[in-house]
Write a protein that binds this ligand. Structure first.
Ligand SMILES: [Zn+2]
Length: 166
């Protein structure tokens, strides 16, 4: 491994604990990381294995953490789902500005929203490489369109036979 700045050979320092600002979560650190350090100019290059899987793992972990999410953690979950603040606002049923205020810490994230984003994440990201099970796909489709439809207080007519075969 050679330094990108000066071309000098770099030395591996294993098992380091380093901050991970790329996550957007200021207090998130990664441990067990190999950091390559240039012997000459002191440039450092951490070896982050497979950031795609890492981010998936971080999001899964966050969604299961039994304590309130911080604004940056909330934003991380949203981004992991590939949702814009506007998209999430529509799913949760709030104004886009509310999502922004939660994420920047200007406004506390209410307990229902904290729970809801975890549940949405659970439906959204069960396995991003494989198609969702059909029933979850339909719930996901409903989440996408729920905000664009008006509530119709009409009579709901369901066929038990049709429901059972889906
Ligand atoms: Zn160097």
């Amino acid at each position: 491994m050679r330094c990108l700045d000066c071309g000098t050979r770099m030395r591996a320092h294993r098992n380091r604990t380093i901050p991970y600002p790329e996550s957007g979560i200021p207090n998130l650190w990664l441990k067990g990381i190999t950091v390559y350090r240039c012997r000459r100019c002191a440039a450092e290059l951490p070896e982050i294995p497979n950031s795609r899987r890492l981010h998936r793992g971080i999001a899964d972990w966050l969604a299961q953490e039994p304590r309130p999410l911080s604004g940056p953690e909330f934003r991380f979950l949203r981004k992991q789902m590939g949702l814009r603040a506007q998209d999430l606002a529509e799913i949760v049923g709030v104004q886009r500005e509310s999502v922004t205020r939660w994420e920047t810490g200007a406004e506390p994230i209410g307990p229902p929203s904290d729970r809801l984003i975890r549940l949405v994440y659970g439906v959204w990201c069960i396995d991003e490489t494989a198609p969702l099970p059909p029933h979850l796909q339909r719930i996901r489709d409903a989440l996408r369109s729920i905000a664009r439809k008006r509530h119709r207080p009409a009579k709901l007519v369901l066929s038990p036979a049709a429901l059972a075969v889906r």
